[in-house]
Design a protein around this ligand. Structure first.
Ligand SMILES: [Mg+2]
Length: 317
């Protein structure tokens, strides 16, 4: 199942006439890449956060909302294994916002970028009779590797996640650390074939990687690292698959690269193998590897039964 957001994104990508030599990565990845002279490039992303949708100012301070807005875009820089540079931030302020509230928002935005050297270099302020809206546009540059795309997963790859998943609505979605340093360290230590940040839930984001890479995947339910909040929920597995806003990394590497990451971890944040990338057509990988139905993204449950992993994560539209 493809979400409404993915369908409209695919339509936008199909309409694009942008020259792929000037824009090596275009619509449909976590960031777009803009080629500059001399082989250099920058990447760009934008995210809009709304009071009442992505945060709730009746429950949290304004500073936290500003910090989250930056962290969401920093997470996209992480998804490409790129180094954040700077951001411009546009805000639509509700009519009861005064200069004290605006300064609080500014402090959150600046503090969000600080640990990653991502400076606030401009923006725009307007006001309206509606709740707060924050729109961040962020630039990054490649690190020691090429930017990692969503479409490079290969059959036989190991599917990995960082950290633990599920239950972010209990507060973690406001306080998460974007996995920028982890992504750069993993990309340097191993060749990451495909990566995405888990913004909309493992079920939705794994389907995205597989669709764009034209592969299937088989993941193991009992291997998925559950967060403490997920464990407290009625259905911890469903929480880890579908809640969204984990802002962990989902990536695929070859078996050899996975062994390398396991034997000398490049970062203290845990990396967990949750499954394997499969061929589109039913076909054996190696002697004992998994098979998949045509195009299937599947999950093997604790009872050994395998079923389709339907994208049930967050759909923005
Ligand atoms: Mg993303």
């Amino acid at each position: 199942m493809t979400s409404a957001e993915d369908k409209i994104t695919a339509w936008f990508a199909a309409q694009s006439t942008a020259d792929s030599a000037r824009f090596p990565i275009g619509i449909g990845d976590d960031m777009a890449q803009v080629a500059l002279s001399g082989g250099a490039s920058v990447l760009i992303t934008t995210d809009m956060l709304l009071d009442g949708v992505h945060f709730d100012l009746s429950q949290i301070g304004i500073e936290k909302a500003g910090r989250k807005a930056m962290a969401v875009s920093l997470s996209d820089c992480a998804a490409m294994a790129t180094v954040p540079i700077c951001a411009v931030v546009s805000v639509a302020l509700p009519s009861d916002f005064g200069s004290a509230e605006l300064k609080e928002l500014h402090a959150g935005i600046v503090r969000g970028g600080e640990p990653f050297g991502c400076a606030l270099v401009g923006g725009d302020i307007t006001s309206w009779q509606n709740p707060l809206a924050i729109s961040v546009a962020m630039l990054s540059r490649p690190g020691d590797t090429l930017p990692v795309r969503r479409d490079g997963a290969r059959p036989g790859d190991v599917v990995c996640v960082t950290g633990s998943l599920g239950g972010s609505m209990h507060g973690r979605h406001l306080d998460f650390t974007p996995r920028v340093n982890e992504a750069l360290a993993i990309a340097k230590a191993a060749g990451i074939n495909a990566m995405i940040d888990l913004s909309d839930g493992l079920s939705t984001d794994l389907n995205r990687i597989c669709r764009m890479s034209k592969v299937g995947a088989l993941i193991e339910a009992d291997k998925i690292p559950l967060s403490d909040d997920a464990r407290k929920s009625k259905d911890p597995l469903a929480s880890a698959l579908n809640d969204g806003e984990d802002f962990e990394l989902l990536f695929t590497v070859t078996g050899e690269d996975y062994d390398r990451l396991k034997s000398s971890p490049p970062h203290s944040t845990p990396i967990t193998k949750i499954g394997t990338v499969t061929y589109l057509e039913a076909r054996q990988i190696g002697e004992t590897g998994p098979t998949a139905k045509s195009g299937a993204v599947q999950i093997r449950m604790a009872d050994g039964k395998t079923r389709d992993l339907v994208a049930r994560g967050y759909d923005h539209l």
